[in-house]
Design a protein around this ligand. Structure first.
Ligand code: BT5
Length: 315
């Protein structure tokens, strides 16, 4: 949203306020005020007008302006009702030189997970990608995946859903012995070894979607299923982005915060790494995101792979 439209919106939120008053305060013409009001109405903001002037009476449920409005983080939001993949779009924007941008969609038709797996993204989810250009070496970039997991876990808990993090990139909800997948995170980047050029952190949250529409083998769940009612996607997305923004700027606190929500630590795990499987007890996490596993043949530090939580052997 452009700066003036934002200022008009802020004035309306504090209304009732007359058109001429807004025009004088912002030093724009009365017809410009009217055009901004009409444009905001088209974006779904309800603006009432009577003798006392204009007043904002409701904000749209979801979309670019809805999320930008009141967002305490410096991102511009680009919204799509439907798009193949927000990560693919964010990568295109990165190639065009963009930064500090969030691509957000209600539905993805070609959502992707790691290793080019399919990510199901029906309407009602929060499918988003954050594009930014941190001043860090490539080797530190995994910390942003952890930061995203922490941010989304905090937002889910605020929404009343007791989420936890499975290393490295899943946010899950426990149901007895089973863990159901609520969120997936896919980080992509480009740069030279000593410096990242851009990072795209893709976060897929099963928000108001029916797990029956998602692949069974992933034992999926959603915020609406866990809560028993839909979540306010606008507020949820804002909280997620605000937490992520704070963590990406202070990566020193990410690992500590991650440990607090981790479901993997203390568990028997089997990690499929590019060098082969590593099995043992997950005992810690190290900056920028490696898992420390005590195996029968000693301590292994694993920086990437698919992790399975194994059931403890019962005698
Ligand atoms: C992930 O991959 O978990 C990363 C998913 C990232 C998705 C976001 S959405 C916004 C952005 N745009 C994109 O195109 N992607 C990102 P991985 O760990 O590889 O898990 C993939 C596996 O999860 C699949 O093979 C399925 O078994 C399962 N799965 C697919 N869709 C799911 C869903 N909606 N909920 C839970 N599990 C799902």
């Amino acid at each position: 949203m452009n700066e003036t439209r934002h200022q008009v919106l802020d004035a309306l939120a504090d209304g009732p306020v007359s058109g001429p008053t807004i025009a004088a305060e912002l030093d724009i013409s009365r017809s410009a005020v009217w055009k901004h009001v009409e444009a905001l109405r088209e974006e779904g903001f309800e603006i009432q007008s009577d003798d006392a002037g204009y007043v904002l009476s409701s904000v749209p449920e979801f979309g670019a302006s809805a999320v930008e409005y009141g967002l305490d983080a410096p991102f511009a939001v680009e919204y799509h009702d439907s798009i193949p993949s927000t990560n693919a779009r964010a990568r295109d924007l990165a190639a065009e030189g963009a930064s500090e941008t969030v691509v957000l969609a209600d539905e993805q038709t070609g959502g992707r997970g790691r290793l080019d797996r399919e990510w199901h993204s029906p309407s009602g989810g929060v499918w988003l990608s954050v594009l930014f250009r941190p001043d860090v070496p490539m080797a530190h970039a995994p910390v942003f995946t952890l930061a995203a997991a922490v941010a989304v876990t905090r937002a889910a808990r605020e929404a009343g859903v007791d989420a936890g993090i499975k290393w490295p990139n899943d946010v899950l909800v426990r149901h007895g012995d089973a863990e159901r997948k609520l969120v997936g995170i896919l980080t992509e980047m480009e740069g030279e070894a000593d410096r990242v050029s851009w990072v795209v952190v893709g976060i897929g949250v099963n928000a108001n979607v029916d797990p029956a529409d998602l692949p069974d083998e992933a034992t999926p769940t959603s915020l609406s299923t866990e809560r028993g009612e839909p979540v306010d996607r606008r507020l949820f997305t804002q909280r997620l982005l605000e937490e992520f923004d704070a963590l990406r700027q202070d990566t020193g606190q990410v690992v500590e915060a991650w440990r607090e929500y981790a479901t993997t630590l203390g568990k028997q795990v089997r990690v499929e790494t590019p060098e082969g499987p590593v099995e043992g007890e997950a005992v810690d996490i190290q900056f920028p995101g490696a898992l420390v596993v005590e195996t029968e043949s000693g301590t292994e530090v694993v920086s990437a792979g698919d992790c399975e939580h194994l059931r403890p052997v019962t005698e």
